[in-house]
Design a protein around this ligand. Sequence first.
Ligand code: ADP
Length: 188
Amino acid sequence: MRLVLLGAPGSGKGTQAARLKAVLGVPHISTGDMLRAAVAAGTAMGLKAKAVMEAGQLVSDDILLGMLEERLAQDDAKAGFILDGYPRNLVQADALDHLLAKIGQPLDAVIKLEVPNTAIIGRCEIRFEAEGRADDNPDTVRKRLAIYAEQTAPVDDFYARLGTLQADDGGGELDGATSRRRQAPPSA
Ligand code: ADP
């Protein structure tokens, strides 16, 4: 199963992906986690990404595509994947389409988690207190939401046109979205 999870910052993509991973038995590939790992490891790429991430901006498309291509070439991704945090703009959506066509692994479904901004701001505040992610401070969250609306929201239409987009209510019980996915696996 090859899935993309779409949704605003704090919409619960990471949480749902971790749960879906257990159900579907495919890796959870989070570009945000990969970038944070590069920052923590102090790699050249991490050094470039750090300030951009802390400002709530998007890291360059070239860095992301290279990182993703390498990750998808690893053995565990051959059986499928749950992609969380990519694509984040139309250039990335197009690049992913080409990459997956090249490796013969088209997407089965794209799931959009719908959560109102008021709930998102509250969730990020809680995460800021709990995890201390610099980009979860309320000012930066507002910036990330603006970038999301401007650059990432158009990606929904990209997948709606391809017929792969499904909406899910990310605001309900945690188990709800995961079990809906389990009961009704999206078809190609
Ligand atoms: P969230 O979904 O809560 O915004 P992520 O962990 O997915 O958090 O991403 C954190 C940050 O990492 C983003 O704000 C951005 O700076 C960077 N990032 C992650 N994925 C991408 C991507 N596909 N393109 C550009 N930047 C990215």
